[in-house]
Design a protein around this ligand. Structure first.
Ligand code: PTT
Ligand code: SF4
Length: 626
């Protein structure tokens, strides 16, 4: 096989065994890598109904055919598992040298299962794997753990680790690398913690087999040059994703006070230009010349890394308008290994519960000291922190009193940083995203603003599906950063040329989107399989707040989503995807995508239907954990 190493490394932490496995070429051709490998492995090898925090769950670190060969923005991996937060498919995409070295070690993916009886670090060095006692690292932050491992193993290794959040199995703990890359929003860090796996250290020196090594070298140089030449490049280097703060404020999409306002009176103070004033450098993923991590000095004089999402969720959404303080909260999230989006979302929920007198704790909006304490308590599961550590879906079940209406999640994953009171297309993107309410599969809100926010047209559905196939399908399977494409306009045909030089095979754009469709459809089948009788189309409906409570401030004051029209869009979306009106893929759709065996298996858990079985359209509501 060219372009792929053709090998997975299976690691059993219970038995302390590492077994390489040659996988068939058809898997690579049909699923490419990354998210594609992850969902196929979970589908085939994970028993239905597995407890996500049990030793039986599998934690997958998967690269793609472009990883680790010196191409622009290709130093990333997908970390995936059955999610303890949502009960469905979960993954994240994170930049790390571990991605590069995993391929140089000779593997396309690591598949970790079992549970070590005491804390452990896995050290993969080419063909050799050792299991190292990590009791001395347990209890350390992700930064401290990586620092110690780096001192021991040097610069030429990749390291992924968890902080105290992962150790304590906070349901939205993620996996951290390089002091600020963090991935796996739906609790991939908790899964790692449940296995007593503190970190993985990966090294290797093998060459990745390529169809056209000389052509690839030239393409890489040309690609980097092309990115540098893009007109938006210099502003991107200055602000990265941070300029979105001003955009969201201007367009009433800024999550504020738990998604009530869409605008924040201190937006300017936490925006891109304010960030530039405290910025000290850029940081980023390996093999990237767009380095979008904005490194700033925080309120304690320490370095912290800022992106739009984490600034808003731990800023305006919790009523905090001091950027240096917001930076401190973000550094804490990275050190503890907590997803900053779910963290800010859960805390916003708790603040509103406090304001409404539904909990005993008094937590004022924007109270920096209280915020720090609460983050610490969440990471260590203390007091109210223990309730929030379960995520907002579970917290709203505990608190009750109608709070599920303003528990801002889809399928249990907390909504990321776009308020959708006035954006039905983006609301549908959250509703149908493959991991819950994350923008990664389809960030359509800026496009939607250009074509008109108010409509619920077919055109929006068509555009959304197209974007999901490319972003959620193709990029997550290539495991290449999507920012060159969607932020600078780096054209998609570059990736076809890269693939040709890597694998020797011609992939048309339509073929690539077909692979994306196969992957996203299998992800949907996985959700349905895990939820079984608890599956319903309500799971594709965003939180009730956006339908029931009009925006309170700003130019879009009064805006609210229309549930009936949303359901119309959802129907159109299902038709477009070849799913029935419960949101379950039809047998013919699965077959067309080459998922015939999977269709049979899915049919043993739920009744599949070619026609649309009647369903009652329910309003957005709290959804069950399977
Ligand atoms: C991603 C999610 C995002 S999306 C952000 S900011 W963003 C938050 N970042 C966090 C962080 O930082 N620390 C922390 N403790 N938690 C955090 N949670 C949030 O995680 C990230 C970039 C970004 S920054 C984005 S949009 C793009 N995402 C990509 C993607 O999903 N796929 C892809 N092919 N390319 C992408 N490129 C961009 O990568 P998750 P990273 Mg991240 C400090 O992990 O789970 O996918 O959630 O990985 O290496 O930090 O790169 O405005
Ligand atoms: Fe990583 Fe940012 Fe570069 Fe993408 S643009 S590879 S997220 S540093």
């Amino acid at each position: 096989m060219l372009g792929w190493t053709g090998t997975f490394l299976n690691i059993d932490l219970t038995k302390k065994k590492a077994i390489p496995e040659q996988y068939p070429e058809a898997l690579a051709l049909n699923f490419l890598g990354g998210r594609g490998f992850a969902v196929k492995i979970l589908w085939d090898r994970l028993k239905q109904g597995t407890d996500p925090l049990s030793p039986e769950n599998k934690l997958i670190f998967a690269t793609g055919p472009l990883t680790g060969i010196g191409l622009p923005n290709s130093g990333k991996l997908v970390v995936a598992s059955k999610s303890p937060l949502t009960g469905g498919y979960g993954d994240g995409n994170t930049g790390t040298l571990a991605a590069v070295y995993l391929r140089k070690a000779g593997y396309d993916a690591l598949i970790v299962e079992g549970k070590s009886e005491s804390p452990v670090v896995v050290h993969v060095n080419g063909k050799d794997t050792e299991f190292i006692d990590a009791r001395d690292l347990w209890g350390l932050s992700a930064f401290e753990a990586e620092g110690q491992l780096r001192r021991k193993y040097g610069r030429s290794v990749g390291i992924v680790s968890i902080g105290q959040g992962g150790e304590n199995q906070v349901k939205f703990a993620n996996v951290v690398s390089q002091g600020g890359r963090a991935g796996g929003r739906p609790g991939m860090g908790a899964v790692m913690g449940s296995k007593n796996l503190k970190a993985a250290v990966i090294e290797g020196t093998a060459q990745i087999p390529l169809a056209d090594p000389d052509g690839m070298r030239k393409l890489a140089i040309d690609g980097y040059r092309e990115i540098l030449a893009k007109p938006q490049y210099s502003f991107w280097k200055r602000q990265g994703t941070m300029s979105t703060v001003e955009w969201s404020q201007a367009n009433s999409a800024l999550p504020t006070f738990n998604y009530r306002q869409g605008v924040f009176d201190k937006a300017e103070e936490i925006g891109g230009f304010a960030m530039e004033k405290i910025k000290v450098s850029n940081r980023g993923c390996p093999q990237c010349n767009m380095t979008c991590g904005n490194v700033v000095k925080d309120s304690e004089g320490k370095e912290a890394e800022l992106d739009y999402e984490n600034v808003i969720m731990l800023g305006s959404n919790v009523g905090l308008g001091n950027l240096a303080q917001v930076s401190t909260l973000n550094r804490m999230a990275d050190e503890f290994g907590l997803d900053s989006i779910s963290l800010g979302n859960s805390i916003g929920f708790a603040m509103e519960a406090s304001e409404k007198g539904l909990i005993n704790e008094k937590i004022e909006w924007g109270d920096f000291e209280k915020l720090k304490q609460l983050i610490n308590d969440i990471a260590h599961r203390r007091g109210l922190g223990a309730v929030l550590a379960e995520g907002v879906r579970a917290a709203s079940e505990t608190i009750g009193n109608g709070s599920s209406d303003w528990a801002m999640h889809v399928k249990g994953l907390e909504v990321s940083a776009y308020d959708c009171h006035d954006a039905p297309g983006m609301a549908l993107a959250y509703g149908t995203s493959s991991i819950g309410a994350h923008h990664k599969d389809a960030w359509v809100i800026t496009w939607e603003t250009k074509v008109g926010r108010a409509s619920y047209d077919q055109m929006k559905v068509d555009h959304l599906v197209e974007v999901q196939l490319v972003r959620g399908g193709v990029f997550e399977a290539l495991v290449s950063c999507r920012f060159p494409n969607n932020q600078l306009g780096f054209e998609l045909d570059w990736y076809q040329r890269y693939l040709k030089a890597a694998t020797g095979k011609d992939f048309s754009l339509e073929q690539l989107k077909g692979i994306g469709d196969r992957i996203l459809t299998l992800i949907r089948a996985f959700w349905v399989r895990e939820y079984r009788e608890k599956w319903s189309r309500s799971l594709d409906v965003p939180p009730a707040r956006w339908f029931k409570e009009p925006l309170k401030e700003g130019a879009a004051k009064g805006a609210v989503l229309d549930l009936e029209k949303y359901n119309g869009m959802l129907n159109a979306y299902y038709v477009k995807r070849g799913w029935d009106n419960r949101g379950i893929p039809k047998p013919s759709t699965l077959q067309q995508l080459g998922l015939t065996e999977e269709a049979k298996q899915l049919g043993t858990y739920v009744k599949l239907a070619e026609e649309n079985p009647p369903v009652i359209s329910t309003p957005a509501q709290n959804t069950p954990f399977p």
